[in-house]
Design a protein. Structure first.
Length: 175
């Protein structure tokens, strides 16, 4: 499970970040932060699982809005390699006693995509990409107004710890 050599990693947007970007209360603050990341020469990307998670059960107009928002954003497909890596991530989490229910299959697919592509992950949900497998590189507090009250959501830029992932992977039980 090794990423390609890439001097400028992509930033995989977790589904929750895309939802917040599209939110009328938080969207502007997210837009500013994402623009800052892009200006640092990062490219934004999504896993196709996010597309699935975003458009299930939404109205036609909301679906069109989401698809338009994501137009031009790099997409990573879900192929056999991603599915195998996601299953292996689950095995590694089991070895660390991380509850199966803590991490959704969608987040495991995003995590596997990150590992395979060398991408970072931007998320609001730190527990979906747990230590020791992912390390926080940056934390940004998004402050926004909601019903005349200021609110704050921390957003985390994570990187996969490939040394730990590969070490744990190589030391899986054989039988």
């Amino acid at each position: 499970m090794s990423p390609p050599n890439n001097p400028l990693p992509d930033i995989l947007l977790d589904t929750c970040v895309i939802q917040s970007f599209a939110d009328k209360h938080r969207g502007q603050q997210y837009s500013t932060y994402l623009s800052q990341l892009v200006s640092q020469t990062y490219a934004l990307a999504i896993s196709e699982i996010s597309l699935y998670e975003l458009i299930q059960g939404v109205s036609v107009s909301k679906e069109q809005q989401l698809l338009q928002t994501l137009e031009g954003v790099k997409r990573y497909t879900i192929d056999q390699n991603v599915l195998i890596a996601a299953a292996r991530m689950r095995t590694l989490c089991n070895m660390e006693n991380i509850a199966r229910e803590q991490i959704s299959d969608g987040d495991r697919i995003i995590a596997a995509t990150s590992v395979l592509t060398g991408s970072f992950i931007l998320t609001e949900n730190l527990n979906d990409f747990p230590r020791p497998f992912f390390v926080e590189m940056e934390r940004k507090n998004i402050i926004y107004d909601y019903k005349n009250v200021q609110r704050m959501i921390p957003v985390y830029l994570l990187t996969p710890d490939l040394l730990i992932i590969n070490f744990r992977f190589q030391n899986r039980p054989v039988t």
